[in-house]
Design a protein around this ligand. Structure first.
Ligand SMILES: [Cu+2]
Length: 229
């Protein structure tokens, strides 16, 4: 092969490699589309705690309802997925982290400001333990993470509405205004589908705020699919 031919082969090979890498990175960064269940039962030894990381966003920015509020979840490979059905082992501690990117407001029902059903009865808000949150102070509450059948209810504190670095398209990252909320809870002993939801009527533009994302799978509610170990 001539020098020019070899050079062309090397350049074409290099460009193909770059294109493959760029595509792989783009696919990884783009959130997964809804559907199916994200399985958290295989990433740790039986009986070991599960680490579950989710984010709440004020505007999802893509898909059939780009203006809706939503939850996203980080799958065991570290990719953000737009799926709210999570498979978890029964009778197991879940260490949950919520990256909260939405603004908040005073709660219609102050009961939702109580942290209930977590191990120790508290959540950790940006490194500080709290057992209740007065939504008339600070930035108010954006959403709650609640599993009524196991008595779990955790307020997710909003970010400042005047922050200039609001997240516009999910998945959001720490360069946007956010709060980090952590807490732990134990999954039930009995396998089954346990519904979880947000109780803050955050479906803006819908009747009493309870339509749209509040009543649609993969936005403000989903299931803990609890399976035997
Ligand atoms: Cu909500």
């Amino acid at each position: 092969m001539s020098m020019a031919g070899r050079l062309t082969t090397v350049i074409v090979g290099f460009l193909v490699a770059v294109a493959l890498i760029v595509t792989a990175v783009a696919v990884f960064l783009k959130p997964g589309t809804p559907g199916g269940v994200i399985n958290f039962t295989k990433t740790q030894a039986a009986g070991a705690p599960v680490n579950l990381t989710v984010q709440t966003v004020g505007v999802i920015g893509f898909g059939p309802h780009p203006t809706w509020v939503s939850y996203l979840v980080k799958d065991p490979q570290g990719k953000w997925m737009h799926t709210t059905d999570w498979e978890l082992p029964a009778n197991t501690v879940v260490h949950m982290t919520v990256d909260e990117y939405d603004t908040g407001s005073p709660l219609r029902n102050q009961e939702w400001g109580q942290i209930q059903g977590t191990i120790g009865g508290y959540e950790v808000l940006n490194g500080k333990k709290i057992s209740t949150y007065d939504s008339y102070t600070g930035n108010g509450v954006g959403h709650t993470f609640a599993v009524p059948t196991i008595g779990l209810s955790v307020p997710l504190i909003g970010v400042s509405g005047s922050a200039t670095n609001q997240c516009g398209v999910a998945p959001c990252h720490f360069n946007s205004a956010h709060n980090i909320i952590t807490f732990s809870f134990k999954t039930p002993k009995t396998p089954g589908n346990y519904p979880w939801q947000c109780f803050v009527p955050c479906g803006l533009g819908y009747y009493y705020g309870n339509g749209g994302p509040m009543s649609t799978q993969n936005y403000m509610g989903g299931f803990l699919s609890v399976v035997a170990q």
